[in-house]
Ligand binder design. Structure first.
Ligand code: NAD
Length: 491
């Protein structure tokens, strides 16, 4: 199906990608892919089920066993991965517009952040793979023990809708670079760019069968992948609720390795001795409203020390108008549409819960309509939030900031950690001892000190507690997609 945009025409193809070819679902079923920008029908997407997953896994298994990709020297895989990354950049406009239409984020960020980060991730793992050495153990002189890393085999990958290309890249890049074959199940809410990634991978030289994509719904296409007896590893990003189910399915089937990157309710703590209040305000507001608040690491619980809270909130409210939702296709827009009507309704329910449980609504709290037929929520800030209120406990995944207070360091650390999640946290203070003490005490996979948004492919990303198991990004991600083998050799 073709969609005419302001400055480009894109043809969308929603068919699955199996063994290097576009194919309809075996059942012939398809579902409508609607844009949250204005409600338009983008295309119909293959509604894959177990039979399609079986075909994709079989193609991935054959490709893995005949070593058409795993058997290449790391330096050869590197060259192909770099070409794959270059192809993403060469198609940046098309990919960015597709992402924007599919999930509502501003096109400025779809191109400047999502396409660039995904390409950078693929390039980084390509460049890394011929620089990772294996080991020899310190054994007696009569023997040699080689400790080598080998691809785990067929990797199933299930991703959410909030950063479709980046979430896919964080998993396919290390998995492919290590020599695995993959079957990717994108979110039913934003499946289009994943399908294009697979086509670009093939064009770059990744052989047919090595990278397959099965779009569809979680229980219909995701579960068969997680339960599949011939999938060696399942790597999942999504909600904690589904993540728990993924571990159960992995255990129930063939004990495949299961890695999960899950939800968050991250605390951001601003002490009165914060070194730069303006920067702290900009980071707090910018990070919660970026991507319409649909970020797992969004600092959704903001703790501000009493003596500066009023001034902090004044400054925060002054920044809010720049985050009013606009047309995501307009290059000046910084806040776009939430992903669909269901998500909009969820966010509005949380806003109602905040009001009815006694939090003070300072701004927002309503929907907007910068484009007719789209899904837009205004940037929303609640003050006077208590840690046991629904909006402080549950992940909203929308542009809603909860502001809380605290009495002293021990109190704020206790409150910050009083959550089932442990993904990220922020601490703002000029006192180096306090910064270290609080950072160490926070139960989170990443702690930011005097900033919030710093990020880089070189550092691990993942959570403590119910924010998941394992780490994406960095060289640590290779651990997820490789097995360690010891080979004893008598000499
Ligand atoms: P979700 O759990 O509803 O869905 C995620 C994926 O799982 C989708 O592809 C979905 O189709 C699939 N799925 C759903 N039910 C399934 C089932 N029974 N079996 C197999 N697969 C199934 O999450 P979402 O709404 O797409 O994404 C939002 C969530 O993702 C938030 O909780 C967010 O915090 C989390 N997230 C985490 C990270 C991270 O790195 N920690 C990054 C981005 C998003």
């Amino acid at each position: 199906m073709t969609s005419q945009l302001t400055d480009q025409t894109i043809t969308f193809d929603g068919r699955a990608f199996i063994n290097g070819e576009r194919v309809a679902a075996r059942s012939g079923a398809a579902f409508d892919c609607l844009s949250p920008v204005d409600g338009r029908l983008l295309t119909q997407v293959a509604r894959c089920t177990e039979a399609d997953v079986d075909a994709a896994v079989a193609a991935a298994r054959t490709a893995f066993e005949d070593r058409r990709w795993a058997g290449l020297a790391p330096a050869q895989r590197k060259r192909v991965m770099i070409k794959f990354a270059d192809l993403l950049l060469a198609h940046a406009d098309e990919l960015a517009l597709t992402e924007t239409l599919d999930m509502g984020k501003p096109v400025k960020y779809a191109k400047g952040v999502d396409v660039n980060s995904a390409a950078n991730c693929i390039r980084w793992y390509g460049e890394a793979v011929d620089k990772v050495y294996d080991e020899i153990a310190p054994t007696p002189a009569t023997g040699l023990a080689l400790i080598t890393r080998e691809p785990v085999g067929v990797v199933g990958i299930i991703v959410p809708w909030n950063y479709p290309m980046i979430m896919a890249a964080w998993k396919i890049a290390p998995a492919l670079a290590a020599g695995n074959s993959v079957v990717l199940k994108p979110s039913e809410k934003s499946p289009l760019t994943a399908l294009r990634l697979a086509e670009l991978a093939l064009a770059a030289g990744i052989p047919p069968g090595v990278f397959n994509v099965v779009p569809g719904f979680g229980p219909e296409a995701g579960s068969p992948l997680a339960l599949h007896m011939d999938v060696d590893c399942i790597a999942f990003t999504g909600s904690t609720r589904v993540g728990k189910h993924i571990h159960v399915m992995a255990g129930q089937s063939n004990l495949k390795r299961a890695w999960t990157e899950l939800g968050g309710k991250s605390p951001n703590i601003v002490f009165a001795d914060c070194p730069n209040l303006d920067r702290a305000v900009e980071a707090a507001v910018g990070s919660i409203f970026f991507n319409q608040g649909e970020s797992c690491n969004a600092p959704s619980r903001l703790f501000v020390e009493d003596s500066i809270r009023e001034r902090f909130l004044e400054k925060a409210l002054a920044l809010v108008p720049q985050y009013e939702p606009g047309n995501p296709l307009d290059k000046a827009t910084v806040m776009g549409a939430v992903v669909d009507q269901t998500q909009l309704n969820t966010v509005m329910r949380y806003i109602e819960a905040g009001k009815s449980e006694g939090a003070a609504l300072l701004t927002g709290g309503t929907t907007a309509e910068p484009v007719r037929g789209g899904c837009y929520v205004r940037p929303t800030i609640f003050a006077g939030v208590k840690n046991d209120m629904t909006i402080a406990r549950e992940e909203i995944f929308g542009p809603v900031l909860s502001v809380l207070g605290f009495s002293d360091v021990a109190d704020v650390v206790r409150q910050a950690n009083q959550t089932i999640y442990g993904l990220q946290a922020g601490v703002w203070t000029r006192d180096i001892n306090k910064a270290h003490g609080v950072a160490r005490a926070l139960r989170a996979g990443t702690v930011h000190v005097n900033q919030y948004d710093e990020d880089d492919i070189t550092v691990p990303f993942g959570g403590f507690k119910q924010s998941g198991v394992g780490r994406d990004k960095s060289l640590h991600a290779f651990d997820k997609y490789t097995e360690t083998k010891t080979t004893w050799i008598r000499i």
